[in-house]
Design a protein around this ligand. Structure first.
Ligand code: ADP
Ligand code: MG
Length: 347
């Protein structure tokens, strides 16, 4: 099947290049597979008025989390929330989850209980049932893999493709807080390593710390959109960073985007912290990642409804300029918006 003769470094392809490369060797055989690799969740047609949605997300210690500052209970919650977020990104409702757990001998029963405490809180919050999983020993550290099954009414399915020219580009909540939270935690960890007697200075930063340690999936938005009778023309969740996700929407929908810098929703705590860390708040909002907000496009007829709604910010619009992703500054100057968000295996 694979005909490479020489050794190729995975960093030459990057995460998305690797996925595309592998996907190219597979064809769907089942008529029930409506959509396979490529969106936030796979779409399955089992008959009836709803599609099934299926997605999996893995978290590895040392890659996705650092247990020196990540409480296990929050981590359990986060693992479920980030996986559930991909079902929300299809405009769907999660119903069941499976959890695969890898544990080294560093972890006691009490530690695993703490982790599952957080998992239980998330199951209650998102009304999903934990229906199975797998447990293995791990040579090093903790790994957590969460599979989510959900459903969506067929006419409400929102894919990454489908954005039309002149659609509004809308984001929920605010951006960049999870990234700034991580910067704070890593700085305090370093201070602690160098000076174990110094107490961490995290007071007053609860919002950004919470956004990093215990992010929420926007299932409430799926419900709000339903109550407003709005079906996005395309949608994605923000895991890797706004700019990166805008590229995904543009690529799948074959369009471009103009985004207005001054419209980016940024919390004052993020503004303050970014300045203190000598970072540009817009850059943090564009590339920070791990916000788990929803990014979607809708027809202009929804402008008034969305403009006045506290959960939504209209940050731009689609353009016919396929592959052109522009950030428009206050002065009107346009900059190319590169996808600099998180990617595994980056060279
Ligand atoms: P998300 O950030 O929304 O979880 P990813 O960027 O991880 O999405 O994945 C993009 C698409 O590629 C998804 O459809 C996912 O199911 C698929 N995918 C990711 N890794 C693999 C893999 N190793 N094999 C097959 N499909 C994969
Ligand atoms: Mg996603």
């Amino acid at each position: 099947m694979f005909e490479n003769k020489e050794r190729t470094e995975i960093s030459q392809l990057g995460e998305f290049g690797l996925i595309n490369h592998l996907a190219g060797f597979f064809e769907n055989k089942q008529p029930s597979t409506i959509m396979g690799i490529g969106d936030d969740a796979a779409v399955i047609d089992n008959g009836g008025n709803e599609y099934g949605l299926l997605t999996v997300d893995a978290m590895f210690e040392g890659v996705h989390f650092d247990l020196t500052f990540h409480p296990l209970k929050h981590l359990g919650f986060k693992a479920v929330a980030t996986a559930v977020s991909d079902v929300c990104a299809m405009n769907g409702t999660p119903t069941q989850i499976l959890i695969s757990l890898g544990l080294s001998n560093r972890f006691s029963l009490e530690a695993v209980e703490e982790l599952y405490d957080g998992i239980r809180v998330a199951c209650d919050k998102y009304q999903v049932d934990l229906v199975g999983g797998d447990t293995t020993s791990s040579p090093r550290g903790l790994s957590l893999t969460v599979t989510v099954y959900g459903t969506v009414a067929k006419e409400k399915l929102s894919k990454r493709s489908g954005a039309k020219e002149h659609d509004l580009l809308v984001v929920t909540g605010d951006l960049g807080a999870a990234y700034m939270g991580l910067q704070m935690l890593e700085r305090e960890k370093k201070v602690f390593m160098d000076h174990p007697n110094v107490q961490p200075d995290l007071e007053g930063h609860e919002y950004i710390l919470g956004r990093q340690l215990r992010p929420d999936a926007r299932l409430d938005i799926v419900q709000t959109l339903a109550s407003l009778n709005i079906v996005p023309t395309s949608m994605i969740d923000i895991s890797d960073g706004l700019a990166s996700e805008i590229h995904h929407l543009g690529m799948h929908s074959a369009c471009g985007f103009d985004v207005y810098d001054e419209k980016l929703p940024i919390d004052t705590q993020v503004m303050d912290r970014a300045m203190q860390f000598d970072l540009n708040p817009s850059v943090v909002a564009l590339n920070g990642g791990e916000d788990y907000e929803l990014l979607f496009t809708v027809g202009q007829e929804h402008y008034e409804t969305l403009k006045s709604h506290p959960d939504f910010t209209i940050i731009g619009h689609t353009t016919a300029n396929k592959g052109a992703y522009r950030l428009i500054g206050k002065s009107g100057a346009a900059f190319e918006m590169k996808a600099q968000g998180w990617q595994h295996f980056k060279g």
